[in-house]
Structures are given as structure tokens and as C-alpha cells.
Write a protein that binds this ligand. Structure first.
Ligand code: SAH
Length: 391
């Protein structure tokens, strides 16, 4: 099938040839005047060589690429994309007898910018971050059904909050397949209650699975503080690993309620939770904790807020470094895409200097393999962390 054509300026084909999936508006020499947001388009070089197929959007990223081959974007296309993503995770045994929750599709990392699918023991949460993906919803649903077969229990569309304001009015969140039921998933044998309808993002921060597992190795007989705990992912691992005590802190009351339920579900008794601001909580604490987790929300969502975000990360980390017991361990993270690993490292260095403590770096942490990063799209790497030893 032929789609409307977009011709690039001379030299602008190089990024496509390097398989980068974005076309910026400034790279375009010629396009159909009637193009609408979400329309499928073919991208050509100035010499009229076919480069890719994508969907159009009116913003500074004008086309997001979904295929570098000339093909028809139909039910079969979506099945191949989603089935391939599923087989990749199966191949790596990300879903196994101890874990039935993972990210099933991660945007550019799996070859479709703007498409997120999270899998909770047969329940799938779909988030379209672009209108072009949203318009393909019907075929995406069919593809999920064909891929998962009888193991599919429901598909919930949670795109109203991720589509731009202009389009979010055209949809409401809701079930496309199946209906609500209580969902309890397993992650590395630990169980978690999931509320993707009312919870933040798609209901659970699946990206911290491997890092939670590492935290458990440092928690036996320790006093542990998990700040920005959300529903207690890190807290459950720490408590189950035999921590002397675990404190969870999150400003959101519903998150803390779910955190308490998760602790109970895992039959742990060494836990207390606090629905307060982390910075407030820190105020009167000193030498209380052996292990501290710092996993704040993205302080920077755009390049404009990068500077303030760095100040925020530095302040948070300096405080934790100052108050942790001698020979303590800090797990510190940033999930801001615009703060890259070098900048995060420099921010931690500057916090370390300001804290006056002697610090060693034990590990560098990243997002797990179900949030794949490709060499063609380094921007996909958003989660970074460090494990620090504080003398
Ligand atoms: N570590 C969590 C995910 C953290 S998401 C996990 O593994 O599941 C970030 C959390 O920070 C959200 O739950 C949000 O409610 C909370 N938050 C945001 N600002 C906060 C603040 N100032 N103090 C405490 N919690 C905050």
C-alpha cells in the first residue's frame, strides 16, 4: 500500500539510514499540505530513495518511524511487531515461574515509538503516547489477542493521560477486552497487588525489578529506609530479605495504603510506613538507617527543567549522604531521560563532595531488558542508578 510521501532535505537521510526513529520538522523539504496528525506516511530522501514508514504529528518531531521497510501497516504488521516483542521476553525468560509481570512493549526499544504495553499476569495495560499509535488501537488489540491467546485476561486502555491535551479529550480510559478484577502479580516470588485503574502510570514500576533484587542482598539485619516508595516495591524485597526494620515514605496516601497491603501479602512484620514528603521526613533523622533507597519521580520532564532537576537530585542525595549511618549503603536513581548517565554521575559526585563523607561506588544500575535500549536510539535509556558505600 502507498501512503502520502514526505521528502527530506538533502543530507537529512543520514539519521534514517542509522535507524534513528524520529524525523524532526526542520528536516522536511516537502509534504502533502493536507496531512493530519496521526496519518501514516512514507519518508523519502531528496534523491527519492525510500527510507521508512511512520506516522505524522504536527510537533517538532514530525514523523515517528514504525518500519524501515516498505510494507503495509495492517493487522499482520502489528501482530509481527507485538509477537516479536513477546518472544524476545520469553526467550530471555523474563516471564517465568517466579515472575508474571513485565513490560511487554517498550516504544522505540521494540520498534514503535509511542506504544507501551505492560503485562500483569494476563492483564495488559495499553498506553498510547501519540495519536498515530492511538489510531492503530484496533489492530494493536487484535495483535495482543493473537500473541497471548488464552493467557490474555484483559486489555485496559490508559491513554487518556498520555496523549497530548489536544487528543486526550477524544478518549476515556477503560477496558477494551475483559473487565476489572483483583490483580495480584508475582515478581521474583514476591507478590504485589496492582491497581492500574487508579494507580500512577500503568500501576507498578516494573523497571526496578532487577534493582530491587540487588537491594535485597544488602538488607539482612539492617535498618532500611525506602523513600518515594510508591506501593512498596523495594520495601517488600528488603523486608523479606530479613531487614531489622523497613520504613517506607511516600507523599501519596493511596500509594502508602497499597504499600501496607503488599507488606501484609508478603507476610512481613518488620515494616512501618509514612505518608509524608521525603524532605520533611529527613528533617529530624540522623544515624538511623544503614540502607537508604532514593527513587524520586522524574525531576526533569524536558530539557528546560534539566538545571532545576540537577539541583533537586543533588539536594536529595546530599541529605541522604549526611544522615546515613557509617558504612551505610545508598541506592540512588534518576528516571529523567534528559539527565544522562554522565550528568547523573557528576551530580552524585558533587553531592558526595558537599556531604563531606567518603564514598565508594559499588554498582551502576540500569533499566532491565524488558525496557530495551538500542544502539540506534540511545535516548531510550532513561533509568540509571548507583549503589554507594558511605564510610
Ligand atoms: N520506587 C517506587 C517508584 C517510585 S515513583 C517503586 O519501586 O515502585 C515516585 C514516587 O514518589 C511516587 O509514588 C510519588 O507519589 C512519590 N513522591 C513524589 N514526590 C514526593 C515527595 N516529595 N516525597 C515523597 N514522595 C514523593
Amino acid at each position: 500500500m502507498n501512503y502520502p510521501q514526505i521528502i527530506l532535505n538533502k543530507g537529512k537521510e543520514f539519521s534514517m539510514q542509522r535507524r534513528h526513529p524520529w524525523v524532526f520538522s526542520g528536516a522536511i523539504a516537502k509534504k502533502d499540505a493536507n496531512l493530519q496528525d496521526g496519518d501514516l506516511v512514507e519518508v523519502y530522501s531528496n534523491k527519492n530513495e525510500f527510507l521508512a514508514i511512520g506516522y505524522y504529528a504536527g510537533g517538532s518531531i514530525a514523523v515517528r518511524i514504525i518500519s524501515f521497510e516498505k510494507t503495509t501497516i495492517d493487522e499482520q504488521f502489528w501482530f509481527e511487531k507485538i509477537n516479536k516483542a513477546y518472544l524476545y521476553r520469553k526467550h530471555l525468560s523474563i516471564l517465568n515461574e517466579n515472575t508474571n509481570v513485565c513490560r511487554l512493549f517498550f516504544g522505540e526499544g521494540d520498534g514503535v515509538p509511542g506504544l507501551i504495553l505492560d503485562y500483569y499476569d494476563g492483564h495488559v495495560v495499553l498506553q498510547a503516547h501519540s495519536y498515530g499509535v492511538y489510531l492503530q488501537k484496533e489492530n494493536i488489540v487484535k495483535a495482543i489477542q493473537s500473541t497471548l491467546g488464552s493467557s490474555l485476561k484483559s486489555i485496559y486502555d490508559k491513554s487518556a493521560e498520555t496523549l497530548s491535551k489536544h487528543f486526550s479529550g477524544q478518549t476515556t480510559n477503560g477496558f477494551l477486552v475483559g473487565c476489572p478484577e483483583e490483580i495480584i502479580v508475582k515478581e521474583n516470588k514476591h507478590v504485589f497487588k496492582i491497581d492500574f485503574i487508579n494507580g500512577q502510570k500503568t500501576g507498578f514500576f516494573i523497571d526496578q525489578r532487577d534493582n530491587r533484587k540487588m537491594l535485597a542482598e544488602y538488607c539482612k539485619d539492617k535498618t532500611v529506609l525506602n523513600t518515594f516508595s510508591y506501593t512498596g516495591g523495594f520495601s517488600v524485597y528488603a523486608a523479606a530479605a530479613g531487614a531489622k526494620s523497613v520504613h517506607s515514605v511516600d507523599v501519596s496516601e493511596p500509594a502508602i495504603r497499597l504499600c501496607d497491603q503488599n507488606i501484609e501479602l508478603n507476610k512481613c512484620h518488620n515494616h512501618e510506613s509514612f505518608a509524608v514528603d521525603t524532605f520533611e521526613f529527613f528533617k529530624d533523622k540522623k544515624d538511623t538507617y544503614d540502607v537508604i533507597v532514593l527513587d524520586p519521580p522524574a525531576f526533569a520532564k524536558s530539557r528546560d527543567s534539566k538545571h532545576n532537576a540537577v539541583i533537586g537530585y543533588k539536594r536529595l542525595n546530599t541529605l541522604a549522604m549526611k544522615l546515613i549511618k557509617a558504612n551505610g549503603i545508598i541506592f540512588t536513581f534518576s528516571c529523567s531521560g534528559v539527565v544522562d548517565k554522565m550528568l547523573f554521575y557528576n551530580t552524585i559526585t558533587s553531592a558526595a563532595l558537599e556531604s563531606g563523607r567518603n564514598i565508594k561506588i559499588l554498582h551502576y544500575l540500569y533499566q532491565p531488558a524488558d525496557h530495551p535500549v538500542t544502539p540506534y536510539f540511545p535516548e531510550g535509556e532513561y533509568l540509571k542508578g548507583m549503589v554507594l558505600w558511605v564510610e
